[in-house]
Design a protein around this ligand. Structure first.
Ligand code: PMT
Length: 403
C-alpha cells in the first residue's frame, strides 16, 4: 500500500512557544513520509525557531505575514485553507487557542485556520496554570465543539521548571495521530450513500398535519460530509428549510413516511452505506379529510391513527452483507437499552444515540452529542460538537466497519 501521507497537503502552524523546536522533528517526519508541508508561523513563533530552518526542511518558503514586505506579494490564507488536506498547529499557545476560539483573525495563522476547509488538529503547549485557567479550558472546549481535534499535552517538567500538564505531545506521537487521521478519513469516491433526513408530515386535512421538530440539520450534515469525501449521495428529506449546495448530492423531497419509504427504496437498495437520520412519524391519521376540519359543535375530537411503515426496519431487512446501514435513536430515557433494542430489531450495523436529556443535542440545534453503538458490541461516546463534526465522526466509524 502507498504510504498514507504521500502527496497529502499539510499546513503546519507554529506559534510562539518553546516547544516550537519540537516542530522541526514533526516537519521532518511529515516530509519523509511524502507529505507536502506548508509552514505558517506566527510572528512570535519566529522568536523560537527560524524560518530558514523550516523552509530548508519543507522545501517551501515559510509564510508568516499577509504580504512580503519588499515585493508586496500577497499570501492568500484562503488559498492555503483550500489547499490543505489537514492543518496541524503545534505548538498551539494559549493566545492562539484564544484567537481561534473567538475568531480574532489578526495574523496569517489564524486567518488560515478560519479558511481551512478540512480537519484541524492542535497540540497545546503552555505552563500548567495557563493550561488549567478557565479561559483556556473554555476556549479548548469551544474549539472541540467546532470539530478541532485536540492533541492533549502531556504532564512533566515544563519550561518554567514547574511540573504539571502543559508539555506539547512528542512529535512522533503527533505524527502517529496524523497518520491515523488519514487512515480513518477514508475516501468515499465511487461509493453510493443514501440518507433520510428531516421530519415527516402526516396530513390531517388540507391545512393541518402531525409532525415533529426535526430541522434536517443532522441528515444534511451527513450528506455534506459524505459528498465532500467524493460519495454520490441521495438525500431523501421531509419538509425542511435548508438547501444543499454540493453537486454530488441528489435531493428528493417528500412529505409523509409512506412517501419517504417509496422514495428511499431504490437509493437504499443501490447504496454501499445507508443512514436513517429522519425523524419519521410512527403513526398517521387513518384518513385525510378532503376539506378543512371544522370546529363547529363538538367539544372534543378523537383522531384515529394507523401505524406507519418503519422505513429503517423495512429497508434493512433486505440489506446485503456488503452494505452498512446506520440508524439513529432519539431517546428521552433508558437511552442505551432502547438504542440497543433498535439496533437489533431493525437489523442495523450501528445506531447513533442522541438523547434529549443532553443540552444542545437532538432537534433543531446546530450541535449534537452522540454515542455510536455497533453491532459488534463496541460503543464510543463523543462530546458535544457541531452537527458537521458529529457527521465526520459517524462517517469515520462507518469507514472502519468490517464488512
Ligand atoms: O433534524 P435535526 O433537527 O438536525 O435533528 C436530528 C435528529 C434528532 C432528528 C436526529 O439526530 C435523529 O435522532 N434522528 C432519528 C429520530 C427518530 O425518529 O428516532 P427513533 O428513535 O424514533 O427512530 C429510530 C430509527 O428508526 C431512526 O433511524 C429513524 O430514522 C428510523 N425510523 C423510525 C420510525 C419509522 N417509522 N421509520 C424509521 O425509519
Amino acid at each position: 500500500m502507498e504510504p498514507i501521507l504521500k502527496g497529502k497537503h499539510i499546513v503546519l502552524g507554529i506559534t510562539g512557544g518553546i516547544a516550537a523546536y519540537k516542530s522541526v522533528t514533526l516537519l521532518r517526519l511529515l516530509v519523509k513520509a511524502g507529505a507536502e508541508v506548508q509552514v505558517v508561523i506566527t510572528p512570535s513563533g519566529k522568536e523560537f525557531i527560524t524560518p530558514v530552518t523550516l523552509a530548508a526542511l519543507s522545501g517551501k518558503p515559510v509564510v508568516s505575514e499577509f504580504f512580503t514586505a519588499n515585493t508586496g506579494e500577497w499570501h492568500s490564507h484562503v488559498d492555503l485553507g483550500l489547499w490543505a488536506d489537514l492543518m496541524v498547529i503545534a505548538p498551539a499557545t494559549a493566545s492562539t487557542i484564544g484567537k481561534m476560539a473567538n475568531g480574532i483573525a489578526d495574523n496569517m495563522l489564524v486567518t488560515t485556520y478560519l479558511s481551512a476547509k478540512e480537519h484541524v488538529m492542535i497540540a497545546p503547549a503552555m505552563d500548567l496554570d495557563m493550561m488549567a485557567h478557565p479561559s483556556t479550558v473554555r476556549n479548548l472546549a469551544t474549539l472541540e465543539s467546532y470539530g478541532v481535534e485536540i492533541i492533549e499535552p502531556a504532564a512533566g517538567e515544563l519550561a518554567s521548571h514547574l511540573i504539571g500538564k502543559g508539555r506539547m505531545e512528542e512529535p512522533e506521537n503527533i505524527f502517529t495521530r496524523i497518520e491515523k487521521y488519514f487512515l480513518r478519513r477514508c475516501d468515499l469516491k465511487g461509493k453510493k450513500v443514501a440518507i433520510t433526513a428531516g421530519p415527516t408530515y402526516e396530513k390531517l386535512d388540507p391545512v393541518r398535519f402531525i409532525g415533529n421538530y426535526s430541522s434536517g440539520k443532522m441528515g444534511f450534515a451527513l450528506a455534506e460530509e459524505c459528498a465532500s469525501r467524493g460519495a454520490e449521495v441521495t438525500l431523501i428529506c421531509g419538509p425542511v428549510s435548508i438547501a444543499v449546495s454540493d453537486p454530488n448530492i441528489v435531493r428528493i423531497d417528500v412529505e409523509s413516511a409512506e412517501e419517504m419509504l417509496a422514495a428511499a427504496r431504490k437509493p437504499f437498495t443501490e447504496a454501499d452505506f445507508g443512514i436513517f437520520a429522519a425523524a419519521v412519524a410512527d403513526y398517521r391519521p387513518e384518513s385525510m379529510a378532503e376539506h378543512k376540519l371544522k370546529r363547529e359543535g363538538a367539544e372534543d375530537m378523537t383522531l384515529r391513527l394507523v401505524r406507519n411503515p418503519d422505513i429503517a426496519a423495512t429497508l434493512a431487512a433486505e440489506k446485503r452483507d456488503s452494505q452498512v446501514f446506520v440508524g439513529f435513536a432519539l431517546e428521552t430515557d433508558n437511552e442505551h437499552e432502547n438504542a440497543l433494542k433498535k439496533l437489533r430489531k431493525k437489523n442495523l450495523d450501528m445506531v447513533v444515540l442522541n438523547s434529549l436529556q443532553d443540552k444542545g443535542a437532538g432537534f433543531g440545534t446546530d450541535t449534537n452529542k452522540v454515542s455510536i453503538l455497533s453491532k459488534d458490541g463496541t460503543e464510543k461516546s463523543f462530546p458535544l460538537k457541531s452537527k458537521r463534526a458529529v457527521a465526520t465522526d459517524i462517517v469515520n466509524e462507518i469507514c472502519v466497519t468490517d464488512i
